[in-house]
Design a protein around this ligand. Structure first.
Ligand SMILES: Cc1cc2nc3c(=O)[nH]c(=O)nc-3n(C[C@H](O)[C@H](O)[C@H](O)COP(=O)(O)O)c2cc1C
Length: 235
């Protein structure tokens, strides 16, 4: 029997570069997208579309887009950061600050300092752009809360499938942000009515992209019968 728990734990964000000479096969792309289609979605809406990009010219155009960092991002990012592995191990949530340019980890950074750190967004030989139609919400779901959760389920199925196939998977949210989203829509002929959820980089990592990954203990977030009685053994 496949150890599902092991498969779930082995999945990770492959943020490093992928082998430019080793694209993902069509068969594997179909497997990954097919796994997404079998995800549970509210009302079985299947409220997603994907643009699969492997054309070199389009990838080059996408690779020229630069992220734009907002002050809001900097402030909110700061609250999630740890500045050492020890701190991250202790907190068990969030990410390490060394992933970002130092100005992004400084709530006192000025706009000029942030502008100086603008950099092009990462691409890969195969990229998936996940789209949805915000005007078609799950029934009676304020803000399409249920529809958006469904997109997460789709992503997770695809991620687990890719991981099982030995294919690196990396979400890049910035492709769905403001000005960048507009540019992506232009490059990929995506109608204005659709929202880009995010881009997913797929490929074969060039190096072991292992890094410190932390999670909370079950007893830290599971409350037994009454909120506040933390831990499954609490009575
Ligand atoms: C909705 C969503 C958006 C994310 N956006 C990004 C992103 O823009 N860039 C990135 O490097 N990782 C992104 N991630 C990956 C998370 O940072 C990552 O899943 C988390 O830190 C746990 O690490 P792991 O995936 O290696 O277990 C995103 C994940 C999710 C679920």
């Amino acid at each position: 029997m496949t150890d599902v728990y092991q498969c779930i734990q082995d999945r990770f964000s492959a943020r490093g570069p992928f082998d430019p000479g080793r694209p993902v096969s069509k068969q594997d792309l179909e497997r990954i997208l097919g796994a997404g289609s079998w995800a549970p979605t509210a009302h079985n809406m299947q409220n997603f579309e994907f643009v699969v990009v492997d054309d070199a010219k389009l990838l080059a155009a996408l690779g020229e887009l630069k992220n734009s960092i907002s002050m809001d991002f900097i402030k909110e990012n700061y609250r999630q950061l740890s500045f050492s592995e020890e701190e991250l191990k202790r907190k068990k949530v969030g990410i390490l600050a060394d992933r970002f340019p130092s100005a992004w980890t400084d709530p006192g950074a000025t706009l000029e300092e942030l502008r100086a750190t603008e950099r092009t967004l990462p691409t890969s030989p195969d990229m998936l752009f996940m789209l949805y139609d915000p005007s078609r919400r799950a029934p009676a779901s304020e803000g399409d809360f249920l529809g958006i959760i469904s997109l997460g389920n789709v992503t997770q199925n695809m991620w687990l499938m890719a991981s099982t196939l030995g294919i690196g998977f990396h979400i890049v949210s910035s492709f769905g942000d403001g000005v960048v989203e507009k540019e992506v829509k232009r490059i990929l002929s995506i109608p204005d009515s659709l929202k880009i959820v995010y881009a997913i980089r797929l490929g074969y990592p060039l190096s072991d992209s292992g890094y410190l990954r932390v999670r909370r203990e079950v007893d830290d977030f599971a409350h037994h019968n009454h909120y506040g009685k933390k831990g499954l053994n609490e009575t």
